[in-house]
Design a protein around this ligand. Structure first.
Ligand SMILES: [Zn+2]
Length: 198
């Protein structure tokens, strides 16, 4: 299920125009949309007047029933207003639920995301302070598992290992409890591990 609306938006140079923007997607049966969302390609628009490409500032309700994930994905620029976003999210979640056919099955709480790419940027930013090394996971595998491509591992250990990965993740999450994708990965690690070893 996909919902898009005709919205009036402004480009960075303040030209106003109307465009179709996605506001809700359900990805369990739409792998391409999920990939585009993770890659940050959704609601990337081009101004008809000056030709500049930019992300439209609107959030997307994202539903992945297979992974029992409901999330509100906000653009990077909203990160500083996270508190207001959470309040807005909870209010709009109630309304949005009415648009899902399988609303009766949704019993899990929504999470607030600012895109996987943004969490990776936070990891890079925090790595040196937290004494973390970063390892890169093959993008196709990361996409398949819906996990970030960049993973922290504890610097004191010379090699990337399960132990150094888990202690690196623990430090990262402790320092920034808003990194939903890393928290999710940490929680799902025992299941994901099998896929990563293949
Ligand atoms: Zn413009």
């Amino acid at each position: 299920m996909t919902i898009s609306n005709l919205e009036e938006i402004k480009c960075p140079k303040s030209h106003t125009f109307q465009t179709q923007l996605l506001s809700a997607i359900s990805v369990s049966d739409n792998y391409e949309l999920k990939e585009a969302l993770i890659a940050g390609e959704i609601n990337l628009v081009t101004c008809p007047e000056c030709g500049q490409m930019f992300y439209a500032e609107c959030f997307i309700l994202y539903h992945d029933s297979q992974n029992e994930l409901i999330s509100f994905v906000y653009p990077r620029s909203f990160q500083e207003q996270a508190t207001q976003c959470v309040a807005k999210m909870k209010k709009e979640f109630k309304l949005a639920l009415e648009n899902f056919n399988d609303k009766n099955k949704i019993t899990y709480e929504p999470v607030l995301l600012f895109g996987i790419e943004d969490e990776e940027a936070i990891l890079i930013h925090l790595a040196s302070n937290l004494k973390l090394n970063i390892v890169k996971i093959t993008p196709s595998i990361a996409r398949k598992l819906a996990i970030p491509k960049l993973m922290p591992f504890y610097k004191n250990s010379q090699d990337f290992s399960e132990k150094s990965l888990l202690s690196g993740l623990e430090d990262l999450i402790k320092h920034n409890p808003n990194l939903e994708h890393y928290i999710d990965f940490f929680k799902r690690y025992q299941n994901i591990k099998i896929c990563l070893q293949k």
